[in-house]
Design a protein around this ligand. Structure first.
Ligand code: PLP
Length: 395
């Protein structure tokens, strides 16, 4: 067993994990780690969830896959549920976030094409991350992710994130723009949270300019911010919405949702997927949503987020190494004053798995079911790491 036959695209930790329970992972080094990244915002119900495990096993014994040639009752049920919680009537199911975004881009383009507008441009945000397919790496200003993969997909115009004025100027300057596409809270970009009111104003702006509003909630969606979707903190609704990560708690599934009026553009033959929305994935998605609705996981995330924020403030407010603590619900970022790749290993030593994004932002996406005591452990370890990092840097 080695890395010799794997394509070398990840800088991996040396540890591997053999099992998990709740927020805890057991490493092949025999140690237990508190998982503060949840498989990158995926395992919101924690690891080894008995009800989910049973549903998956039951479904695997009945029917895993059929393709989309026949009707798939579980897929129809999941689409009903997603329509209910999002207010967007139609769903297309995928196996990943990037595929959900591809679907969103294709749908936005086709919507305008059916109205006689070809080759529209799509306004995207600087610092955005939408996935690793060619269209997704094109829909950002991140040159690092595009380098070597040219020609990139055309038609994406980046503007400052969260800056309504910049968006309005861009819309005025470029009448070819047909959609604005962004994350309501940027994840990979450093947990960037726009001011409350931004989305509602953006909605009004898009309506005035007759452009579609596409929200990427692949990371922020499914309860993480304290609502089913982050856009629901404001009185507005997008035309197209994507989700994925936490929808299956680790079983690969994503969805592109759209309003009836926009989804209408898709007709048989316009789009498809062999695996997308298969019975196994949809059973997992349905089970996740059932559990979350029953246990008010969104409410838990909101309360946990508030408690955690207070714990972090208590230890880190005014800390000379910290430039900002931000987030919503249990989507939390702690920005340090300089790049801090060392923090990951420091936290591992102290039994916590976390992630650093955009060089200097400690990103915490713990399972939403984390207990108060576990949050306290996490806050203590993170604060100790920041102290340690700061001391080592000063030395
Ligand atoms: C992770 C992520 C994606 C891509 O999802 P994959 O499942 O990795 O393809 C897209 N958008 C956002 C906001 C993400 O965080």
């Amino acid at each position: 067993m080695s890395l010799d036959h794997l394509m070398n695209v990840y800088g991996r930790l040396t540890v591997g994990f053999v099992s998990g329970h709740g927020v805890w992972l057991t490493g092949d080094d025999g140690r237990e780690y508190l998982d503060a990244i949840s498989g990158i915002g995926v395992c919101s119900l924690g690891h080894g969830h008995p009800e989910l495990a049973e549903a998956i096993a039951d479904q695997a014994g009945k029917l895993i896959h059929t393709s989309n040639i026949p009707r798939i009752p579980l897929q129809e049920q999941l689409a009903d549920r997603l329509a209910e919680i999002s207010g967007l009537e139609r769903a297309f199911f995928t196996n990943s976030g990037a595929e959900a975004m591809e679907c969103a881009v294709k749908l936005a383009r086709l919507y305008h094409w059916r109205r006689g507008r070809e080759n529209i441009d799509i306004l995207v945000a600087k610092g955005s991350f939408h996935g690793r397919t060619l269209a997704c790496i094109s829909a950002t200003d991140n040159l690092k992710s595009q380098e070597g993969f040219g020609p990139i997909v055309g038609g994406f115009v980046p503007v400052e994130f969260g800056d309504l004025n910049a968006i309005e100027q861009a819309l005025k300057a470029n009448p070819n723009i047909g959609a604005v596409m962004l994350e309501p809270i940027q994840g990979e970009g450093g947990i960037n949270v726009p001011a409350l009111g931004f989305l509602k104003s953006l909605r009004e702006l898009c309506d005035r300019h007759e452009v579609l509003l596409v929200l990427d909630e692949v990371q922020s969606g499914i309860c993480k911010t304290g609502r089913w979707f982050a856009f629901q903190h404001e009185d507005m609704k997008p035309d197209i919405l994507t989700c994925a990560k936490a929808l299956g708690n680790g079983v690969p599934i994503g969805a592109c949702l759209a309003t009836e009026q926009v989804a209408e553009a898709f007709q048989p033959g316009n789009h498809g997927s062999t695996f997308g929305g298969n019975p196994l994935a949809c059973r997992a998605g349905l089970t996740v949503l059932d559990i979350m609705a029953r246990e008010d996981t969104a409410g838990q995330a909101a309360a946990n987020g508030d408690a955690f924020h207070a714990m972090l403030q208590e230890r880190l407010a005014g800390h000379p190494a910290v430039s900002e603590i931000r987030g919503r619900g249990l989507m939390v970022g702690i920005e340090l004053i300089a790049d801090c790749p060392e923090i990951k290993a420091m936290a591992m030593d102290l039994g916590v798995l976390l992630n650093v994004t955009r060089g200097r932002v400690i990103r915490l996406l713990p399972p939403l079911v984390i207990s108060h005591e576990e949050l306290q452990t996490l806050a203590t370890v993170v604060a100790d790491c920041v102290d340690h990092w700061h001391t080592a840097r000063a030395a």
